[in-house]
Write a protein that binds this ligand. Sequence first.
Ligand code: ADP
Ligand code: MG
Length: 358
Amino acid sequence: MTCHSATRYFATMTTLTLENLSKEYAPGVTAVTNLNLTVQDGELMALLGPSGCGKTTTLRMVAGLLPPTAGDVLFDGRSVLNVPPEKRGAVMVFQEHALFPFMSVGDNVAYGLKMRKLGREEIRQRVAEALTAVQLPNFQDRWPDQLSGGQRQRVALARALVVRPRLLLLDEPLSNLDRGLREELRQMVRQLQQDTGITTLFITHDQAEAVAVADRIGVMMDGRIRQIGRPRDFYEHPADAQVARFFGTDNFLPGVKQGQTVATPIGPVEIPATPLPDGPVLLTVRPEAIELGANGHNNFPAQVQSCTFRVPAQECQVNVNGVNLHLIPPPYTNLRADKEILIHLPRERICVLPPEEA
Ligand code: ADP
Ligand code: MG
């Protein structure tokens, strides 16, 4: 969109706050528990979690399509629980079936504007602007069944943006597309959101997608928010083992902490400062953080078990004193099975987590 329209969008910016939001579909069927979350004016927040964790339920409560069992939804500090969906100014884009098949692309995009009884010329102009913004200029007269999946989702985005909503709610809008297209469209979503400054809640189960598009991410599991932070925080400081696993770490070392040292099955490991008390802890280190060769502290002999090549680097399993660790060496390294190596676990790359409950 042009700078001109971006300034017009700005006037409608909205902070979204969820306070102790809960949903119980039936006695014992709890989908969302005590959820607290603030999406700031103009922010793109991703709500990330595995299938069934309560993401769509949360979004439907924000949109007003589902009443919460407890808690509150506030736009700019005001509860909207008594405001019907069409008056909230939030628009939703779904994974699929977003377009009316019996309407042209132009009429699909114009739909919300016609409902708002805007003049013909303004509608024509805004539809053209919205289609241009999603890089489908002059697609007004096409029909949904003449579009590819990616084009359909772009039209759905145009239809959502054209009404200049206070809040954009995206429920896995790219999940049905194949990988290359998904990556291309996530850039487009990011760009459109930055150009318009519309406060956005983007739901996804794909951590790479969340990291690529979001200012901040809320990770949700079993109906609860587990961690809120910037994309990097989840790599560098996951809150617990499940979150770390969700972000692709599979190296875990249980141990007993005493001061800055943890006794683990591979030997004593020096750790960075942590607020956790002495006693049982769980250490984790990302596969790409493990270095080859000795370097000061935390050096361990290891035997390479297996290596596969995944562009742009190898991925290896190594055995360290009977413990299997996953290692991604720097690109152009050539490790082979059975090779004896030394590995170094840099202290500052080790995350100290609470022990996992049995
Ligand atoms: P997600 O979008 O993260 O995949 P959902 O919010 O759709 O998760 O669902 C969360 C939980 O609530 C799931 O266990 C699901 O089976 C349950 N659920 C969703 N919708 C309903 C419903 N209408 N009635 C009863 N249970 C539901
Ligand atoms: Mg869902």
